[in-house]
Design a protein around this ligand. Structure first.
Ligand code: HEM
Length: 179
């Protein structure tokens, strides 16, 4: 038996998963840091030049993290999410809710890292905006952990490399079917 494709798939998924998790930690950690320490300190200081210097350095990170979360998130959805959705239709509903909540988080992070006048009122209410972002991030995390527990459906790729059309998994020792 050639285990190389299985190993390659496992490595690919763990790398993509690791990148997704690192970006998620950075996104959520940064929101908490800004809410607890940075924003109150900047409000106390009243130093717009310092605030602008921080914003300018942080903005590319916000955009990079959003791109990484979207790319790795869609990758995971198409590779591991769709088979789970076949087994349990609630997967798609929950994924949709996670996606919307994640966009709320992206909106908050982008509004605070931006400088355009359209979103200035969200920056003016920075602490409240960050509080809403943190709540949304907790919703995203809770849904993500639930999605993780859902098992893939019967048409998922069998470790032997065959797609199982019949629904039931092959018995131990039985050769792969359908492929
Ligand atoms: C604030 C943004 C986000 C955070 C904090 C976040 C966090 C997480 C976490 C903690 C997991 C569980 C990882 C694991 O243990 O395997 C996860 C999985 C996942 N995420 Fe995200 N994520 C975010 C955005 C996104 C976006 C935008 C997408 C889609 C484009 C996405 C799609 C997925 C998928 C498909 C999974 C796998 C779920 C499963 O196990 O079935 N995520 N995410």
């Amino acid at each position: 038996m050639d285990g190389a494709p299985i190993l390659a798939a496992a490595i690919d998924d763990s790398i993509v998963r690791g990148i997704h998790l690192l970006a998620a930690m950075l996104a959520v950690g940064a929101l908490v840091f800004q809410r607890v320490a940075l924003r109150p300190a900047l409000d106390e200081r009243g130093d717009p030049e310092l605030a602008e210097a921080i914003r300018r350095r942080w903005a590319p990170w916000v955009h990079g993290v959003i791109v990484i979360l979207l790319a790795t998130g869609f990758w995971r959805f198409f590779t591991i999410g769709l088979p789970k959705g076949e087994a349990d239709p609630s997967y798609h509903m929950l994924f949709g809710m996670k996606f919307l909540a994640a966009f709320g988080v992206f909106f908050v992070a982008s509004a605070l890292a931006g400088k355009g006048p359209a979103l200035a009122r969200f920056r003016a209410a920075g602490r409240t905006t960050l509080g809403v972002g943190i709540l949304l991030a907790l919703v995203v995390l809770a849904i993500s952990l639930h999605l993780r527990e859902i098992e893939p459906g019967p048409t998922a790729v069998h470790p032997e490399g065959a797609t199982l059309p019949g629904g039931d998994a092959p018995a131990a020792g039985e050769p792969p079917r359908g492929g």
